[in-house]
Design a protein around this ligand. Structure first.
Ligand SMILES: Nc1ncnc2c1ncn2[C@@H]1O[C@H](COP(=O)(O)OP(=O)(O)O)[C@@H](O)[C@H]1O
Ligand SMILES: O=C(O)C1=C[C@@H](OP(=O)(O)O)[C@@H](O)[C@H](O)C1
Ligand SMILES: [Mg+2]
Length: 175
């Protein structure tokens, strides 16, 4: 099977981009990259610290720069951060350089997966559950716009998600 040169996972925080992406890469024998991890390595600090010092705007600049650089490489599965699709330039960049897969997971599942996690600064607010809902409504159309494939990810295990994505990629490659 001919794999596309870059497989990009997009979706909300908690949709499984990092977890599923890592397993998908292993399965396909491709390199795994996570844009958030890459930003942390480059800055030498964790994402919440970047938000504290530079605000969301500073983080978004770093994110755009990192996505641009990473998508020049080939043979890779790239997990993006949940907000990677906010900027039109990022959406254009991702969908022109890779096959973009949207992990579509409903807000109540996202909440269950992220409620005890303190590593996502946008969810450190008095009503994180409401925030997730708001972000979902605002971003769902943007994920759809950027995506070549949409995978429903609310119920299956990460392994089942990998199998679904593999099937979709196979179908794409046959056409
Ligand atoms: N398909 C899944 N089923 C159950 N739990 C999952 C699934 N995908 C991810 N998780 C869990 O949800 C949490 C968030 O996953 P993560 O991969 O960090 O999401 P993202 O990178 O999209 O924010 C992690 O604790 C992970 O183990
Ligand atoms: O939704 C967002 O805007 C963000 C999601 C995070 O990534 P995950 O989607 O992997 O949690 C990370 O990029 C940053 O905290 C901002
Ligand atoms: Mg992640």
């Amino acid at each position: 099977m001919n794999h596309p040169r870059c497989i990009v996972l997009v979706g909300m925080p908690g949709s499984g981009k990092t977890t599923v992406g890592r397993e998908l890469a292993k399965r396909l024998g491709l390199r795994f990259m996570d844009s958030d991890h890459e930003i942390e390595v480059r800055t030498g600090v964790k994402i919440p610290t970047i938000f504290e010092i530079e605000g969301e705007e500073g983080f978004r600049k770093r994110e755009t720069h990192t996505l641009d650089e990473l998508t020049h490489e080939s043979g890779m599965v790239l997990a993006t951060g949940g907000g990677a699709v906010i900027k039109p330039e990022n959406r254009a960049l991702l969908s022109s350089r890779g096959v973009v897969i949207y992990l579509n997971v409903p807000p109540h599942v996202l909440w269950e997966r992220t409620r005890h996690d303190r590593s996502r600064p946008l969810l450190q607010v008095p009503d994180p559950r409401g925030r997730l809902q708001q972000l979902f409504v605002a971003r769902d159309p943007l994920y759809r716009e950027a995506a070549h494939v949409i995978v429903e990810g609310g119920r299956g295990t990460p392994h089942a998600m990998v199998r679904m994505i593999e099937k979709e990629l196979q179908t794409l490659c046959e056409h």
